[in-house]
Design a protein around this ligand. Structure first.
Ligand code: ATP
Length: 426
């Protein structure tokens, strides 16, 4: 059977578990074997310890029943279900010897075959249960060569990667370099001629898991709605205390180069003012902000809420920081002002319903895309546009996303930032 693997990479986002669950279940439903790769690209580069490589995971034999096992009673007993170690926040690699993974037979094992039952109960779990990591080795060709070797060694035919633009850039590079990599593996004698032919084309698909909603080509990324919801809850709480004391609060939210979280939170909470990277103020931001806030005060508003995206910039494209805003509010308007940086609370916790649904629908589509992939078709990233789950060429989505980041980093735009090449939308 076709072997399909799924991994999560980069910053975690709510709904990643739902995406993994969906890919695993759809793969099994389609008669494939499902694998997870723990700890993102790091796990793929590390692979499984040699002495573990050929060992099945404790429950592996029972997975061979294939899709018909769907109709069988749940596996019972000690080895019924792999216990994955939950990781919340940006994943750190499990420490050798102390990890819970050891007790469930996963030490030194990053590529793990899983069954239907293993992902039971994953829909509503926050973070990513299979772990995520940042992987420096994968940025180098030597690391990608190891990753390619591990994929072939385990007979993985297709890979679904759920992560942000960095992780998908990695996926894009792996696919682009694949012929060269497998050529090297063959020349080194690491793979046979038969393997070289069988794995001549890498089938890879991206799922966008990111709280920032910063990938071009999709209306929404997995985890963004949950993050927005957490921000709104926090701003609601802040609002009541702000009103009680007639205070001003500057709330800094995540999003890197993208202002989606800040802008939508502003709309959803009725904030007084918002700073986002995409639309730097034309003139002096402090004048503009003070004008608006003074009007609001005159109209009788007790509380003042300003939301600032972490990537917000002024007309000269220099950063606008929460503390700069606080100073202006105090010095010019005499407001008793506090800064709240929401930080990692924005990432975590149970996914809201729309993230569970998005991840589930996209996981199904990802498996379809992998099974339909041909050497001549591009690799896709699964997107959602105008409420339709669709496929967008991975390379193009990554290119457009990086273009925006590059424009901001190099301060190469005037006025409002065109978020992507208009032709890309056609
Ligand atoms: P988030 O948007 O939440 O930060 P991300 O996927 O963008 O998530 P990154 O840290 O940028 O997070 O990337 C995750 C991993 O992807 C990196 O640690 C690295 O292993 C791989 N990666 C990123 N960029 C590249 C690249 N240019 N080439 C190869 N691999 C890359």
């Amino acid at each position: 059977p076709t072997k399909i693997a799924v991994m999560t990479s980069g910053g975690d986002s709510a709904g990643m578990n739902a995406a993994v669950r969906s890919v695993v279940k759809m793969a099994i439903f389609k008669g494939c074997h499902a694998y997870v790769i723990r700890e993102g690209w790091e796990g793929l580069v590390r692979g499984n310890d040699e002495d573990q490589g050929s060992n099945p995971t404790p429950h592996e034999e029972s997975l061979d029943a294939g899709p018909e096992s769907l109709a069988q009673p749940r596996r019972e007993g000690k080895a019924a279900k792999i216990k994955f170690v939950p990781t919340y926040g940006e994943g750190e690699l499990l420490k050798e010897g102390v990890s819970e993974a050891e007790t469930v037979g996963l030490k030194g094992r990053y590529i793990v075959r899983v069954g239907w039952d293993d992902v039971r109960g994953w829909l509503d779990a926050g973070g990513t249960l299979i772990g995520t990591a940042r992987c420096a080795a994968f940025r180098e060709q030597a690391g990608r060569l190891k990753a390619a070797h591990n994929l072939i060694k385990h007979g993985i035919d297709a890979l679904a990667v759920c992560g942000g633009d960095g992780s998908l850039t990695g996926a894009d590079r792996l696919r682009a370099e694949w012929p060269e990599l497998i050529g090297m593996l063959k020349d080194n004698g690491d793979i046979t001629q038969a393997q070289f032919e069988r794995y001549a084309h890498l089938k890879i698909v991206g799922l966008v898991g990111s709280i920032d909603n910063d990938l071009a080509g999709t209306d929404l990324t997995i985890g963004a709605a949950t993050a927005l919801s957490r921000i709104c809850e926090a701003v609601d709480s802040i609002s009541s205390t702000a009103a009680s004391h007639s205070r001003a609060f500057v709330v800094e939210v995540m999003g890197r180069h993208c202002g989606w979280l800040a802008l939508m939170a502003g709309v959803a909470t009725g904030a007084d003012y918002c700073f986002i990277p995409e639309q730097p103020p034309h003139g002096s931001w402090d004048d503009a902000m003070c004008d608006v806030l003074t009007k609001h005060k005159k109209a009788g508003k007790r509380k003042t809420i300003v939301i600032v995206a972490e990537g917000a910039i002024d007309k000269d494209l220099n950063a606008i920081k929460a503390d700069d805003i606080k100073k202006v509010l105090e010095d010019r308007l005499g407001l008793d002002t506090r800064v709240t940086t929401l930080g990692h609370t924005q990432r975590g916790g149970r996914p809201v319903a729309s993230d569970r649904i998005l991840a589930t629908l996209q996981g199904v589509e990802a498996v379809e895309a992998l099974l339909e992939a041909k050497p001549e078709t591009p690799s896709y990233v699964i997107t959602i546009r105008e409420n339709q789950v669709t496929r967008t060429p991975l390379m193009e989505a990554v290119k457009q996303t990086q273009l925006v980041a590059h424009k901001i980093e190099t301060k190469d735009f005037d006025g409002a930032l065109a978020l992507r090449d208009p032709e890309f939308d056609e």
